[in-house]
Design a protein around this ligand. Structure first.
Ligand code: BGC
Length: 316
């Protein structure tokens, strides 16, 4: 799919079976819960079978011509273990040390594999904690692991999100280290506004049952709400020494209750706005509650896919 920026179109695994790349997607973002597959105490070794499985999935995706983002997903001990924040923080750095060892830039080039340090920092990882982690994580990858993560062409590309669940609101508080530049850094934000629409009936969100029936009809005022958020991003990125690739790393509508036509209209609106602005995007997600692919029928959900990639849907 053509785009001036590098588009990252989200899906989980099974791309081979379902043909993610053939459906027009050019990237997968693979959410990985390292903390559940790592020794809980020193030296926090990642289980080798798990690491190998991740590597296998990354390899398959690259063979399918998909760009790959790997992240740290659902690291709840870091967010909620108040007694031991500094220990959990050191674990995050240890994950990325081991990931850096396994995925050298000589084998996984900077245009093929992106490291996204942490999905949706929140709770114990506020603005201050996140800014400090970003310094240490970039230092770890670009300096401490310079021999495996830098080459003549550049450095490992990293993806950096925002505190407070990855939303746009905390973007103005993100402090990037001096070494970050548009060649080695992508800024990612998550987009689920209006939350009462996108998360209506979501079992993991308190009170979401009360939102069932919330519509998104693409009225001017509804569109303006979304445009205001996107404009915050544009404004931030237009400041001197910025001009980063912006990635909408998650956006989507929980499917169980939202009317499919609203879901499609919202998804198409965000996708087209992102593309207009030169942002890349990753739809959340592949085949679960928000899924573009229906694993039961073995087919893509055409209306939704049509909202994401209108030019390709007819050929399916
Ligand atoms: C979370 C998922 C959740 C999604 C939408 C993601 O970042 O990891 O568990 O389904 O956001 O709420």
């Amino acid at each position: 799919m053509a785009s001036s920026s590098t588009p990252f179109h989200e899906c989980r695994t099974y791309y081979l079976k379902s043909g993610i790349s053939q459906s027009g997607f050019s990237s997968v973002r693979i959410p990985i819960r390292w903390s559940a597959h790592t020794l809980p105490s020193d030296p926090n070794t990642i289980d080798d079978a798990f690491m190998s499985r991740v590597q296998e999935v990354v390899d398959q995706a690259i063979q399918e011509n998909l760009k790959v983002i790997i992240n740290t997903h659902h690291f709840n001990e870091l967010f909620y273990d108040d007694r031991d924040y500094s220990y959990q923080r050191s674990r995050l750095l240890k994950f990325w040390q081991q990931i850096s060892n396994r995925f050298p830039i000589s084998q996984y080039g900077e245009e093929k594999l992106i490291f996204e340090f942490l999905n949706e920092p929140h709770e114990d990882v506020g603005v201050r904690e996140w800014n400090s982690l970003v310094v240490d994580l970039t230092n770890l990858v670009w300096n401490k692991n310079a021999n495996t993560q830098n080459n003549a062409l550049g450095q490992r590309k990293v993806m950096i999100g925002t505190a407070d669940w990855g939303g746009v609101a905390k973007l103005p508080y993100l402090r990037l280290p001096r070494a970050a530049n548009p060649k080695n850094t992508i800024i990612t934000v998550h987009f689920y506004e209006p939350f009462k629409f996108t998360h209506q009936g979501a079992s993991w969100v308190e009170g979401a049952d009360g939102w069932i029936g919330t519509r998104w009809l693409a009225t001017q005022s509804q569109r303006n709400v979304l445009l205001d958020y996107l404009n915050v991003v544009d404004k931030w990125n237009a400041a001197p020494n910025r001009g980063f690739e912006i990635n909408i790393g998650e956006f989507g509508v929980y499917s169980l209750y939202a009317p499919p036509e609203d879901q499609q209209a919202w998804t198409a609106f965000i996708t087209r706005e992102a593309e207009k602005r030169g942002y890349s995007w990753n739809y959340w997600e592949y085949s679960s509650g928000f899924g573009a692919y229906d694993p039961h029928s073995g087919h893509w959900r055409k209306a939704l896919l049509g909202g994401l990639i209108p030019e390709d849907v007819d050929s399916l």
